[in-house]
Design a protein around this ligand. Sequence first.
Ligand code: SF4
Length: 362
Amino acid sequence: MLFSELLLEWFSVHGRQLPWRNCGNPYHIWVSEVILQQTRVSQGMDYFLRFVEQFPTVEALAAAPLDAVMKSWQGLGYYTRARNLHKAAQLIVNDYGGELPNSYKELLKLPGLGPYAAGAVASFAFHEPVPAIDGNVYRVLARVFGVFDSPGTGAGKKAFYTLCSEVMDHENPHLFNQAIIDFGALQCTPGRPDCAPCPMRGLCYAEANGLQTSLPTKERELKVRPRYFHFIMARWRGDTFIELRQGKDIWHSLYQFPLIETKERVEPEDFTQSEEFQELVGIDCTVTHISEEKRQLLSHQELFIRFYIVELHTLPYALLQDYQRVPIDGVDGYQVPITIANYLAAEEAGEYFRCSSGKMED
Ligand code: SF4
């Protein structure tokens, strides 16, 4: 049997039933693919269902304020996806009469749709025979066909694309693409491929040569940059201060407390004596709480985050001039990074802080 035949047979028994699959709604397929770009199916499912309930059509999404879209995305991370989705919806309404473009080539022109997502939407929604190659597909193809090119290089990507185009079922590209993704996610998994009962055993290069853990060839490790964030929750007569993040950096267009970033880890006791800290909040204040350091790993950055609560006795000019003054209990009405949202929730539950002296609070 051919690779694609074995794959489709496996898929008919083991394929995942997902609400956006074979639903015949290109808009739902598109939204699901954007959500799943950096999110697991189990985590993305609820977000998908809520998102299409809140924005049931491309028109509804295009007409919604960006704030509402960002709010519904809160917790999913990688907020550029939400901004691009909104921008693309407006483009579809204005330039395509509200219908999603029905070809891979046109889909690639939409903001936020790369080759994988464009291939997925084109094949799932419009049955165009184009590959949709994600990490699962690279793994399956590399192992079954013994491809040693690294998917992390341009030449490698090209080789995998060509191979996938050749071996795919051109009559059922939507089923083939879904099947190979599921096969990689469920059977030919990264750490422990389930080779014993695998229908590909007879053709699989990696299985025959004991190379399951060596394929696909690893790309060079990306360097992860550590960053040290100190958020200051300065309190003044029931209010605090926030700002909108600008510029090309993480959390663009989200709100945050005044942030001081240091080049290296600075102990809280030294940080609160630093020039930068005192320039921001002045010296007429009391640091009442300092959080434990929280670690958050992003794709190329490792964040180390602390929160400081500072009771102000006079109002410093730096805060007044550069930040927005809002009631403390009104902060949760603003779109903030998930780290800050978690902090606000935990603080409310009394779970987050230890005393600035280092003694644990009751
Ligand atoms: S035999 Fe093992 S390595 Fe080969 S495709 Fe099946 S699960 Fe993957």
